[in-house]
Design a protein around this ligand. Structure first.
Ligand code: LLP
Length: 444
């Protein structure tokens, strides 16, 4: 298959009413959401998450990388869609359990069927002491990104079976900061070290039942497609103990107009072929997993903000809203581009019929980098938006992955509320932090 043919299928998922204007999110009025829950606010469209889960049903296991969006209501919804979960910390293990996931698999498979699935997998490059305690106590399956983890696990849980996360020597991401392969990345066990690591696993009394490669986040599919060949070579080195392979995450989503959804059927076919070759070589069934984060939740999420000031600095006009990089960090971290639309308020609804203007959009923080319209490197750029008035709402879109999950309390700003919209009804799934929350645990 030609990897470049994997980029295909332009599906419009923006759902905006008119250029630059959005009055509803999943059938609920933006103004009502803002008035009822306050701004800034994260709102998620439940049906969009379900739809993205359904897109991947060809895979034996879809495992949600919850680091993208770990609100309990979102995890519970994703669990209901038959999707398993990944955890990178004790906190994420705790969230998975609180959302109803079982800590470990139960039952033994019938002969000739797929091996049982691990509902929660701990994937990391280290065990901190708390995560080792939790994994040992709860019997959670581990995907090891360093050889040291093998001995540490063996001491606590002798005879475990583990998955190895392998760095194939190359990677790709939407930013250098999200590229998780190659020498520039700390992630995974280096592919050339596999023979040595297998010896260490054997000495430690562990069996290697799975192989996982995740080369980066927001990669393009032509790079992701190269992973299948690498995984196949490493799988042969590991041998017949393997019963599971994982393609990792990284599936891109279209953020900018003109960007397209990836050809998921072609991508699955590539991995299914790899799995079948390994099944033929080993003479037993192999479970095929995929581990998306962004793909399942990015398009479901919206940040609702209120325009609080409009000013010009020389020739450049700024819209200042009440969300900042404490709310959504992707623009300041990676120069990420998010669609934005305006929801004019009733008082000056006519403004939306007026002309567009070029504006830079920033937030309330005391730092120049607090700008949503910036390129990688911090260069401020402008966006063409309908003319706004103070009091209008600005909606930042495709913010459901690595949005709230990377929000912070910088400038002692409270974490925003989160609501889940399902069947036209919004439900508060995380309350906005209070001033008391901000100082909890501190003493003078
Ligand atoms: N599996 C592992 C082991 C990962 O480390 C990640 C993401 C995923 C799966 C899911 O990758 P995804 O399907 O979401 O691309 N904060 C960055 C993304 C960091 C991704 C970290 N690891 C951003 O906002 O773009």
């Amino acid at each position: 298959m030609n990897p470049s043919s994997l980029e295909a299928h332009n599906r419009d998922t923006t759902g905006r009413e008119a250029a630059g204007i959005r009055r509803q999110i999943a059938g609920v009025s933006v103004a009502d959401l803002a008035q009822q829950y306050g701004t800034p606010l994260y709102a998620y469209d439940a049906e969009m998450i379900r739809r993205r889960c359904r897109d991947l049903t060809a895979w034996d296991t879809v495992r949600f990388a919850q680091k993208a969006c770990s609100n309990l209501a979102v995890l519970n919804l994703i669990r209901g869609a038959g999707v398993m979960v990944d955890a990178v910390s004790v906190g994420e293990i705790h969230r998975a359990l609180a959302a109803g996931y079982s800590p470990h698999t139960s039952g033994t498979p019938a002969a000739d069927s797929l091996p049982p699935v691990h509902p929660i997998v701990y994937t990391a490059d280290i065990f901190d002491r708390e995560s080792l305690d939790a994994v040992a106590m709860l019997g959670i399956h581990t995907n090891c990104g360093s050889a040291d983890m093998l001995e540490q696990l063996a001491q606590r849980v002798p005879g475990s079976s583990v998955t190895l996360r392998v760095n194939p020597g190359f990677g790709h991401g939407h930013s250098q900061k999200t590229n998780t392969g190659g020498e520039g990345s700390k992630h995974g066990i280096w592919h050339e070290d596999i023979p040595e690591v297998l010896k260490r696993a054997e000495w430690a009394g562990l069996s290697v039942s799975g192989l996982h490669m995740h080369i980066g986040s927001g990669a393009d599919l032509s790079h992701l497609a190269e992973v299948a060949g690498s995984l196949e070579r490493v799988a042969i080195e590991i041998g017949r103990s393997l019963t599971m392979i994982s393609a990792g995450g990284g599936l891109p989503v279209p953020y900018k107009p003109g960007e397209v959804h990836a050809d998921l059927a072609g991508y699955f076919q590539l991995w299914d072929d790899t799995r079948k070759k390994l099944e033929a070589t080993f003479g037993h069934r192999i479970r095929l997993e995929i581990e998306p984060g962004r793909y399942l939740t990015a398009e479901s999420g919206f940040v609702v903000t209120e325009v609080r000031a409009i000013k010009s600095q020389g020739s450049r006009k700024y819209l200042l809203v009440d969300a900042g990089f404490n709310t959504l960090a992707r623009p300041v971290l990676y120069g990420s581009w998010h669609p934005m639309s305006l929801c004019p308020t009733a008082m000056h609804a006519g403004a939306a019929d007026g002309p567009f203007e070029e504006v830079a959009v920033g937030g309330p923080l005391c730092e120049s980098g607090d700008i949503f319209t910036q390129q990688d490197g911090g260069f401020v750029e402008t966006r063409s938006l309908p003319c706004a008035t103070v009091g209008d709402y600005l909606v930042i879109e495709i913010a459901g992955a690595y949005g709230f999950a990377m929000a912070s309390n910088y400038n002692s700003k409270p974490l925003p509320a989160e609501v889940l919209i399902d069947a036209g009804k919004a439900r508060l799934v995380r309350a906005r932090q209070t001033p008391e929350d901000l100082v909890r645990g501190e003493t003078c």
